[in-house]
Design a protein around this ligand. Sequence first.
Ligand SMILES: Nc1ncnc2c1ncn2[C@@H]1O[C@H](COP(=O)(O)OP(=O)(O)O)[C@@H](O)[C@H]1O
Ligand SMILES: [Mg+2]
Length: 473
Amino acid sequence: MNCEVYDGVPQYGYHVGVTPSGEDIEVDLRKTANFNMAAFGSSGTGKTFTLRKLIQNFWRGNITVIVPDTQGDLGADSPYDEIPNAAIQEEFFAYQNGTVCLNCLDISVVGKGSGFYPAIQRALRAIQYFHPSMGVRQKSVLTKVLLDTYARFGIHREDESTWTNQPPTIDDALETIQYMLKEAYTGISSNIYRECGELSAKIKRNRAKIDRMHNAIAIQMNDSFENGDFESEIDSQKDGAEAAEKKLEAEIEELKVKASKIIDLECSGNGERAGEELNISALLGVEQVLQQMSMSRLFSGSKPFKPAKGVINVLNMQGVFEKDQQALFFLLLGRVFNDAMNECRILNKGIPETILVCDEAKLYQSVCEDSMSPFPRIVTEGRKFGLGALIGAQSPNQISREILGNIATQFILPLTRSEWRSAKNVFGLDPAHLEVIRPKSDGYLSINGKKPSPVHLWAWEPMPWSRDIASVA
Ligand SMILES: Nc1ncnc2c1ncn2[C@@H]1O[C@H](COP(=O)(O)OP(=O)(O)O)[C@@H](O)[C@H]1O
Ligand SMILES: [Mg+2]
């Protein structure tokens, strides 16, 4: 499918409104210090409206837009008024029947944050969003569960060539911990159940192999009966099959021994004791978390997340509780940053490839914890990889100073009185400036850290009361 539905010349300069006297105001992404933008304003002032206008403009720049939609006002049914339907592709994160999925056990193999160790760290953190107060013991159990789960899928820290194997999922991690619980409950030291499982799988495979050998021999016997030769070759194949059968018998014996060992141990309860690390209450705690994640079916959508290029990719999360959105944000933003890094051919190209849209910044606070969290990284390091963020926030206080300092384009819409002090601090706007602007119409625009100037947003006509604004500005 060709997703690049915009076929005009990419546009990077956007008309965003007019000055009080009616002069056109343009934001040109090639001239801003970075591709980050934000709209600040209290509820109902026009933030989301502004975000939609900008998103439509990005589309004309052939920019890949990624929009988590938590409120249901940025999706395909929202009033986008300047673009065709095909410009928007909407997917759903949902508890039962999501259309898209982020696997928290994925291992990326290129670029920064790739490899086995970061994958473990990422999975640990994502899972902890479901149980933020996890203790040291549980964390260590969870780490062991993850390592064992990868191992079951043939993925090992020491062997880089295994990192590209099909990764396990949360359901597989749940299965691992159930094995471990079984071991802990019976007091039988690790591996006996797993050894049995693996051995019986091997026996099955070898049985099938021997069947195939016998078939091949039968066919050749037929042939040689007709031609009268190949005697010696058939003999050697018969020897091979016989040897394989002997080996199989030995394996079956081994399985019998192991199985009877399990019976002994389970009955007498005095087997090799499980190690200290198999603390049952810690295991149960972790099992509970993994069970919740698995049961939510939030991570088992059929289609892996892969945004279409040059399209507005809306990720509808309306059906997901706010607390569960955090893990999705964490995984999603991490992926967006990693993809930008890995797919970037030319550093510092000067025009954006991808823009992530985060309306209602306060929802993203838990992915802003430290400067290595995905949100701050996108904002502070994204530019050189052609990545920007478009943010909506009710107050500048919802965004850290570090992030604020990296947003080149700032729209300031009407703010509640209680925010006027921080508006003075952050934007240098006096109460007199803020008093005169009207919701759903006016604001101030600051580009590259310059003093904010008044703008009649998304309009071509000057405002009738423009002299008020002009006099305070
Ligand atoms: N500049 C504008 N021109 C016309 N209508 C607007 C404008 N800004 C906002 N609106 C309308 O005002 C209402 C509230 O805007 P919205 O963007 O949802 O506010 P917010 O996201 O700040 O809470 C919406 O119905 C929107 O269409
Ligand atoms: Mg809104």
